[in-house]
Design a protein around this ligand. Structure first.
Ligand code: ADP
Length: 236
């Protein structure tokens, strides 16, 4: 019998560490991380029709229309690499998107859904986002906290100069936090009764990775033994 698909959903405001934990967990569990923000930024970088349409929306921190994002995600999670599961970072972001995902999963053989809600104070978020830098090539995320030469930091993978995202400027940050609370806040209630876990995102990245794996391990009947060994190594 084929193991059930596992879908891990990350909820949490911008800057709560979803991107960092997504990379770690995806590697540890050998499942793809689907970041809708990254998919959209790639469209912009590649200068596609969609990329040209959405550039201004992304920069302002507003959300794209549900229909636009739903079809993009459905197309991505239908790919073969998501057959056993995936991590969704940045989706769903509205109740309508969550309903769409539930319907899609039901029609595609079902899934075991685990939701991690990353909680952190607004002050900490503003501090983190102001110091967040990203590699424009590989998408890796870094912090300039405690870095004297912050403006000259380069990516250890490909030596590109790290940049601040255009939506990590103070006005856009405040806007994104308000939009998050208004649109994504209600998802807490939507998911609360099934596989929902609150994560204190103020803790260290290693502590949080351990906590996420601790939740997933006992339920990991559909993860192969090899993946679980990998998961254990990844946090050591
Ligand atoms: P954040 O750091 O705000 O969590 P992301 O990288 O996840 O940012 O997303 C960047 C932008 O992409 C959002 O501000 C929004 O414009 C758009 N976006 C990403 N995911 C969604 C979604 N599920 N629904 C609508 N818009 C989205």
């Amino acid at each position: 019998m084929q193991a059930q698909r596992r879908v891990i959903i990350f909820l949490g405001p911008p800057g709560s560490g979803k991107g960092t934990q997504g990379m770690r967990l995806g590697e540890a569990l050998a499942i793809p991380v689907i970041s809708t923000g990254e998919l959209l930024r790639n469209e912009c970088r590649a200068g596609t029709d969609l990329g040209r349409q959405i550039g201004a929306i992304l920069q302002s921190g507003q959300l794209l229309a549900d229909s636009q994002i739903n079809s993009m995600v459905a197309h991505r999670i239908a790919a073969a690499d998501c057959l056993h599961g995936c991590i969704l970072d940045g989706f769903p972001r509205t109740v309508a998107q969550a309903e769409f995902l539930d319907n899609w999963l039901e029609q595609s053989g079902g899934a075991e859904v685990t939701v991690f809600d990353f909680l952190v104070s607004v002050d900490e978020l503003i501090e983190r986002l102001g110091k967040r830098r990203q590699c424009p090539k590989c998408g890796c995320i870094f912090s300039t906290r405690g870095e004297p030469l912050a403006n000259r930091m380069t990516c250890p993978n490909d030596r590109s100069l790290l940049v601040s995202r255009t939506d990590d400027q103070p006005d856009a940050i405040r806007n994104r936090l308000q939009i998050y609370q208004r649109n994504t806040g209600p998802l807490t209630k939507y998911y609360r009764r099934r596989g929902y876990h609150r994560i204190s995102a103020a803790k260290s990245p290693d502590f949080i990775t351990e906590e996420l794996l601790g939740v997933l391990r006992p339920q990991s009947s559909n993860l192969t033994a090899a993946n679980l060994v990998l998961a254990a190594h990844a946090i050591n």
